[in-house]
Write a protein that binds this ligand. Structure first.
Ligand code: DP6
Length: 346
């Protein structure tokens, strides 16, 4: 028999940002976060997993290139956890093949440039965990799998669900209650679209993992954010999503992106993720909303200069045209809802 499965998982973009760990090994965050899972077909990771008793050892290929699986590292932790759950299935059912004892080959591919700074670790670890869970026929819910994906990369736990997803920070020291839950499915609010503006496809700069650790160690503003800001924002944005209140959703999303970048700047030494083009896009969206006398679009930025713009469908065309006017060298890519604002003359 051949034991092989292929599963894909999408990218998610946070509206309330995860930035800071209280436990770096288990990847337990200092605050809850909330994201929208993108449903564009061209922003996914696809992973094939195969178990075979004749394989030499567990091996992994990322976009065709073999990567080492470091013992005790994030990848190995995910694989060990999933094999442990498979062993429990085998213990219950003596007819189940002993896949937990077979080595696995895992091949994962992103259908977008890894270097584009578009949360490839989130879709990557989510697809890896979902693929092994399918291979092992685990009776696990997406929330249970999110606990494992979280240990691969924090933001990955949110890509186990579509739509609007919260990562509840939890309080248990073992991380068992630090998991993703669905706030609302995509169908609840299909009108919201995400425009991706690729400002730079450079992968230089400070990684999320090391950047957030430095922020935890040095930023006083982060402590204020954790205690005084995020809990109320989590409640308010969930409420805005449930009421489909775009202006409220958009205001919170922009405020939280801004505070995340303020906290990066408050880190010692400071971390700058936005560049001049990122700031120009903020100015364009701010002016667009001001001129309309209403909040029609929201920008948000992760640990890099690329913008994601959330807006109701009726505004997408107008915003693409507006951005093309300000950034004439850019190209819409690869469909009208993705926009490549490459203004750095690459
Ligand atoms: C700015 O999930 O990449 O995108 O847990 O160390 O792998 P690790 O970090 P990662 O951090 C993502 C940070 C962010 C905000 C977010 O997605 O919530």
């Amino acid at each position: 028999a051949v034991y092989q499965t292929t599963v894909s998982a999408p990218v998610n973009i946070a509206c309330i940002k995860y930035w800071g760990k209280r436990d770096t090994k288990l990847i337990l965050p200092t605050n809850s976060s909330l994201s929208v899972t993108l449903d564009q077909d061209h922003l996914r990771s696809t992973t094939t997993s195969r178990a075979d008793p004749s394989f030499d050892k567990d091996r992994l290929w990322l976009n065709g290139k073999e990567e080492s699986i470091e013992a005790g590292g994030r990848l190995s932790t995910c694989i060990v956890e999933l094999k442990r759950l498979r062993a429990a299935v085998e213990a219950q059912n003596s007819a189940a093949p002993k896949l937990s004892t077979f080595p696995v080959y895992i091949a994962s591919r992103n259908n977008f440039p890894t270097a584009a700074g578009l949360a490839s670790s989130a879709s990557g670890f989510a697809a890896l965990v979902a693929s092994l869970a399918a291979l092992y026929e685990l009776p696990a819910t997406p929330s249970q799998l999110s606990v494992i994906a979280r240990q691969g990369s924090g933001s990955a736990c949110r890509s186990l669900f579509g739509g609007f997803v919260a990562w509840e920070m939890g309080s248990a020291p073992d991380g068992s209650d630090s998991l993703a839950i669905e706030v609302a499915p995509r169908e609840h609010w299909p009108d919201i679209h995400a425009l991706i503006c690729v400002v730079s496809d450079d992968k230089k700069g400070t990684s999320s993992t090391s950047g957030m650790q430095r922020t935890v160690e040095t930023s006083a503003l982060l402590q204020h954010r954790i205690a005084q800001v995020v809990p109320a924002r989590m409640d308010a944005i969930k409420d805005a999503i449930l009421r489909r209140d775009f202006p409220a959703f958009a205001r919170i999303t922009m405020q939280d992106s801004n505070q995340f970048h303020a906290v990066a700047l408050d880190t010692d030494p400071p971390i700058f993720y936005l560049n001049d083009v990122s700031r120009a896009i903020i100015a364009v969206i701010t002016e667009y909303n001001r001129a309309a006398g209403a909040i029609k679009a929201a920008y948000t930025y992760d640990a890099g200069p690329n913008a994601v713009i959330y807006t109701p469908k009726e505004n997408v065309k107008e915003i693409v045209e507006l951005l093309l006017r300000y950034f004439p060298q850019s190209q819409p890519f690869p469909d009208p809802f993705g926009l490549d604002v490459n203004n750095e003359g690459k």
